[in-house]
Design a protein around this ligand. Structure first.
Ligand code: NAD
Length: 333
């Protein structure tokens, strides 16, 4: 049996991984702690570690893992901005990810956030429970006939584009690697980033976090956007400069913001902090705006996506154990 230390786990991770390991080939060691250089000793005697979006797999952490004999870092997510891939390569560690899992899960969540925010369902829900049936302040706008700007037309962005097109929105997009045939088929028009910013009533981000995309949304790029624009981010928190976002919300330039990710989410999202004092002042400020909704990185959380993640992750762990090739498209080093 191959010992695998699984970090940052919740009940739904443990269930989906165990279910995917039907043959019982993996000796699971589930940990609630996130992987950092300090918690790396929890992987003692493990051949593989399995990590998620907020584990800090930097060079010191990878050095500690390699020194203990770990051979594989198996990410159970798509994005890998939290792993120092060149360092893993230097140390001879293999890094795998889940290159694809239900992109519908993430795309549908982005649209759920948009509909909630625009039609102010988050406020309506609370009001009605308080027996406040007034409609003051709940006016939204028809999406039909408005323009949606999709930043990144990869697996998720393309589905969001299709759904919004289905609402009767005009869909424009920017991607440095456009897919013209797809765009022509779906009635999507590729435009330059500045045109996307200035023409869109709704902007949705579907790009990876890299040094080039960090703070893509900042004072200067927000300034190009139409007053009243709704901004959706279900990709990675650091795509947005939070301070600039707060300023643009305070000035009223942004009409609404829906986030499933937050720049400083590590240590906050996925945890129940309801009995504690929130120490993050920017997050606290964001939570005060009536036109901001935040979910705690749950866009991936559907039965289908969890099953896909479990299957690919287990396939990669079994591949290490059996010396077979890793799942297609999952090897990063
Ligand atoms: P993908 O690799 O299929 O597509 C990403 C697209 O972004 C590519 O087409 C790429 O060319 C494009 N791109 C890169 N830089 C760009 C830029 N500066 N401007 C415009 N486009 C750019 O990825 P995907 O599967 O669609 O996922 C997108 C992101 O969603 C992931 O990187 C991940 O960070 C995030 N994600 C979040 C969740 C969640 O639960 N919230 C779940 C899965 C993925």
């Amino acid at each position: 049996m191959m010992k695998t230390a699984v970090f940052d786990t919740k009940a739904y991770d443990r269930d989906s991984l165990r279910r995917a390991d039907a043959s019982g080939a993996i000796d699971w060691r589930f940990h609630e702690a996130r992987l950092t250089s300090e918690t790396a000793p929890l992987a003692q005697d493990a051949r593989a570690v399995c990590v998620f979006v907020n584990d800090q797999v930097d060079r010191p952490c990878l050095e500690a893992l390699a020194a203990q004999g770990v051979q594989l870092v198996a990410l159970r997510c798509t994005g890998f901005n939290n792993v120092d891939v060149p360092a893993a390569k230097d140390l001879g560690l293999t890094v795998t990810r889940v290159p694809i899992y239900s992109p519908y899960a993430v795309a549908e969540h982005a649209v759920a956030l948009l509909l909630t925010l625009n039609r102010k369902l988050h406020r309506a829900f609370n009001r009605v429970r308080e027996l406040n049936f007034s409609l003051d302040g709940l006016v939204g706008f028809d999406l039909h006939g408005k323009t949606a700007g999709i930043v990144g037309t990869g697996k998720i962005g393309r589905i969001v584009a299709r759904i919004l097109h289905g609402f009767g929105m005009r869909v424009i997009a920017y991607d440095p690697f456009p897919v013209p045939d797809w765009a022509a088929e779906e009635g999507v028009e590729y435009v330059e980033p500045s045109v996307l910013a200035s023409s869109s009533d709704v902007i949705s981000l579907h790009i990876p976090l890299t040094p080039a995309t960090k703070h893509l949304i900042r004072q200067e790029t927000i300034g190009l956007m139409k007053p009243g624009v709704i901004l959706i981010n279900v990709s990675r928190g650091a795509l947005i400069d939070t301070r600039a976002l707060i300023d643009a919300l305070k000035s009223g330039h942004l009409g609404g913001v829906a986030l499933d990710v937050y720049e400083e989410e590590e240590g906050i999202f996925f945890e129940d902090l309801s009995g504690q004092v929130l120490q993050d002042d920017d997050l606290a400020r964001l939570l005060t705006f009536p036109n901001v909704i935040i979910s705690a990185h749950q866009a991936f959380l559907t039965h289908e996506a969890l099953a896909d993640i479990g299957r690919t992750t287990v396939a990669n762990l079994e591949a290490l154990a059996g010396g077979q090739p890793f799942a297609e498209g999952s090897v990063l080093t």
